[in-house]
Design a protein around this ligand. Structure first.
Ligand SMILES: [Ca+2]
Ligand SMILES: [Ca+2]
Ligand SMILES: [Ca+2]
Ligand SMILES: [Ca+2]
Length: 287
């Protein structure tokens, strides 16, 4: 029998034929095509009541359905180093860990934010608590650049984050505003109380104490208008940058993050949100 030559073409081919595990590589998240992901945020003709019940506006708002880690993994901005959940040894399946629907709308005075959240654990305690550390607690944060520009900035002029901690006690840091202005970046302060109203309804479906509904409104002129003097009262066609950051530490330190429509603090990675006129609820027919 002839000995196999070490580098026979067949052997080399065999190396290629070995079963290998498919790796999901992060796409180049900074270059995801935002135009393929239009975020059209409708005008509300009737102002919602901020009471923890979204039924009065959610079908007239922007939503693109349910987000969980499995869906985020397929998104063009996905980066496994940033988008992840924690595993403390006794976790439910990933789709039962954190899953949420987010709602967004506007009128001439306010932005409206809503979320329906399933979460396995409500965790709002932080061993190294500081008011600005919403990202070490269960929280949902809407990152907005208004107006949007093409300059990459990190919480500079025009960049705002409105963050709501899933804490039923509604502490003074429960509605937080990270923003920039013409002179400074990363200004950290509560959303001015007169500019915000929000409600949390915990365990709304009697399925688990980690679940909640968030309903909020933020007045634009004293927030967006303060961050960027170029902001103007809103009208259909205006373009803002948008990212949603949903944090889920569940007993860990920094912990889980779902990042939606962006990759982090760099506002040039955020999705394009356009203000539109009103929409009607999705139509269902008898057959
Ligand atoms: Ca309501
Ligand atoms: Ca969780
Ligand atoms: Ca920018
Ligand atoms: Ca949680």
């Amino acid at each position: 029998m002839r000995p196999l030559r070490l580098f026979s073409p067949l052997l080399l081919a065999g190396v290629w034929l070995l079963p290998s595990q498919e790796r999901i590589e992060p796409r180049d998240p900074a270059r995801w095509n935002k135009d393929c992901f239009p975020i059209r945020v409708p005008l509300l003709e009737k102002a919602p009541r901020i009471d923890g019940d979204l039924d009065d506006w959610k079908y007239h708002a922007f939503t693109d359905g349910l987000w969980d880690i499995l869906r985020v993994r397929q998104a063009p901005w996905y980066d496994p180093a940033r988008n992840r959940l924690t595993d403390h040894g006794n976790e439910p399946p990933p789709e039962e860990d954190l899953a949420a629907r987010y709602y967004l709308a506007w009128d001439h005075r306010y932005l409206y934010f809503g979320a329906e959240v399933h979460d396995n654990v409500n965790d709002v305690s932080d061993p190294h608590h500081e008011p600005k550390r919403w990202y070490y607690k269960d929280a949902i944060c809407w990152f907005l650049e208004a107006p949007r520009d093409n300059r990459p900035e990190q919480f500079g002029q025009g960049d705002n984050a409105f963050c709501f901690v899933a804490d039923a006690r509604k502490p003074s840091y429960g509605a937080w505003w990270r923003h920039g202005n013409a002179a400074n970046s990363y200004i950290e302060e509560p959303i001015p109380p007169q500019a915000v109203d929000y409600a949390l309804r915990m365990n709304p479906w009697q399925r688990g104490p980690g679940d909640f509904i968030l309903e909020a409104r933020v007045e634009m002129a004293p927030t967006l208008g303060k961050s960027d003097p170029a902001w103007r009262p809103p009208k259909p066609g205006d373009e803002y940058g948008l990212e949603i950051v949903h944090t889920d530490p569940d007993g860990g330190d920094y912990g889980g993050h779902l990042l939606i429509y962006g990759t982090g603090d760099d506002d040039s990675t955020w999705g394009i949100m356009r203000l539109t006129g009103p929409i009607q609820p999705v139509e269902r027919k008898p057959n």
